[in-house]
Design a protein around this ligand. Structure first.
Ligand code: CMP
Ligand code: MG
Length: 414
């Protein structure tokens, strides 16, 4: 099953579908030539010839109607099959005005096709759509196919990055960051596939895959914590979820069922939601986060400071942690202004009594500065890069808590 893309090899002469049938797929032509015909006066009349980079069969998928024409391979073809689902998600997400326009265009095209009395003498060879447009669209659709296979093949796994209590230097938890172990390309970073996964429902399956792996890894992590309890707290794992996951009305029930099935305590898992994904459907998201909080699951706002959430919005949400985006931490040494922003975020969180995790800590100096400003937790290359579960287990056992501000720890314990 490794990363196969469902190219169809279609021999010359094969009929792909007939006019009037219902349609399940559209097709993109990777190579070859396809003739589109309609029946007039009992005869098949060719109306178009389509070549490399062109798409056909999209009309019956988009408007869920019958095939407006018959498609026959004129040469041996290699076709990329495009699932109805890959279109439907996009239609649902589309701006209502654009959706209406697509609908009007399709209806007009269908009726023009039916009313055509004089058909072209020779089938039309269309002008090719711009190559970049086609390449980009097909690359995206191919990626979605690959992701579908990857979900079934469980190619997604968590990498764990340590989260540390700044004052004591104790290990507090790990953020689970998803990696795609692609059979040919090796490890793929989330940026290159999460947007495509979010646009389809695949993100939900990926989240499920990762949660399952986290649940398998966590018990051993906690056993190792007990062996080094002086330096390590009983760690939690913080899992990134998207607005799409939270939009599933059953999400909290699924998480609860998962806890029961895997014998997990709710303090072992936290969820991270980016600030920008909280911007729409506020009421629904608020409700879902509230249900998760009542289950005992901590909720962190991720990438805080980059998503323009209003203060009102922030105070309203049932969140338990705030993560300052790494871009602010990276800029700490670039001038007074950036420090003021970080300090303001810390002050705001303190007023709301929400503990803060600063992301992107790269130096001891960053850690010291943030600890002095009462930032509770830190994460970043200074403490550890995202790593495999095996490496995380070793890290836990060998962790040696080094308070960044020893005098602060003394005063805390005094
Ligand atoms: P669909 O109606 O699903 O099945 C027949 C396909 O033929 C249709 O989608 C289009 O992809 C294609 N088609 C219909 N009319 C034309 C046309 N005038 N020129 C090119 N392709 C067409
Ligand atoms: Mg995160």
């Amino acid at each position: 099953m490794s990363g196969h893309i469902p190219f169809l090899k279609v021999p010359k002469g094969q009929v792909l579908f007939r006019e009037g049938e219902t349609g399940q797929h559209a097709y993109a032509i990777e190579s070859g030539l396809v003739q589109i015909c309609v029946e007039r006066g009992g005869k098949q009349v060719a109306i178009a010839k389509l070549g490399k980079g062109e798409i056909f069969g999209e009309m019956a998928i988009i408007s869920e109607g019958k095939r407006s024409a018959t498609a026959v391979a004129l040469k041996d073809c290699r076709l990329l099959k495009l699932e109805a689902q890959q279109f439907h998600h996009r239609m649902e997400a589309m701006d209502p005005v654009m959706r209406m326009i697509v609908d009007v265009m399709l209806t007009r095209l269908r009726s023009t096709l039916e009313q055509l009395e004089t058909l072209p003498e020779a089938p039309r060879q269309h002008e090719q759509p711009p190559a970049e447009l086609v390449d980009e669209a097909l690359a995206r659709l191919r990626l979605e196919h690959e992701l579908q296979d990857a979900v079934l093949d469980e190619q997604f796994s968590p990498f764990y990055q340590p989260i540390v209590c700044l004052a004591t230097g104790k290990l507090a938890g790990f953020e689970a960051l998803v990696r795609w172990d692609h059979p040919e390309r090796g490890l793929v970073a989330p940026d290159s596939f999460i947007p495509a996964a979010e646009e389809s429902d695949l993100i939900m399956a990926i989240t499920r895959n990762v949660l399952l792996r986290v649940s398998k890894d966590l018990p051993e992590m906690r056993v190792r914590c007990l062996k080094n309890i002086e330096n390590v707290k009983l760690v939690y794992v913080s899992l990134n979820v998207t607005a799409r996951d939270l939009a599933d009305a059953q999400f909290a029930d699924k998480i609860e069922a998962h806890f029961v099935e895997h014998g997990m305590t709710t303090d072992a898992l936290r969820l991270e939601v980016t600030e920008s994904s909280l911007m729409s459907n506020l009421d629904e998201i608020d409700l879902m986060l509230g249900r998760l909080r009542r289950l005992g699951v901590g909720i962190a706002i991720d990438d805080f400071g980059t998503g323009y959430s209003s203060m009102n919005h922030l105070a309203q949400l049932p969140i338990s942690t705030l993560k300052i985006d790494r871009s602010f931490v990276a800029a700490l040494n670039d001038g007074e202004q950036n420090r003021k922003i970080v300090n303001a975020i810390l002050q705001l969180a303190s007023e709301l009594e929400i503990p803060v995790i600063a992301e992107g800590i790269e130096t001891q100096e960053d850690a010291r500065y943030l600890a002095r400003q009462d930032c509770a937790f830190g994460q970043g290359y200074y403490y550890g890069k995202p790593m495999t579960c095996e490496a995380a287990l070793e890290l836990i056992e060998g962790w040696n808590a080094e308070p960044v501000l020893p005098q602060l720890v003394q005063s805390l314990s005094a």
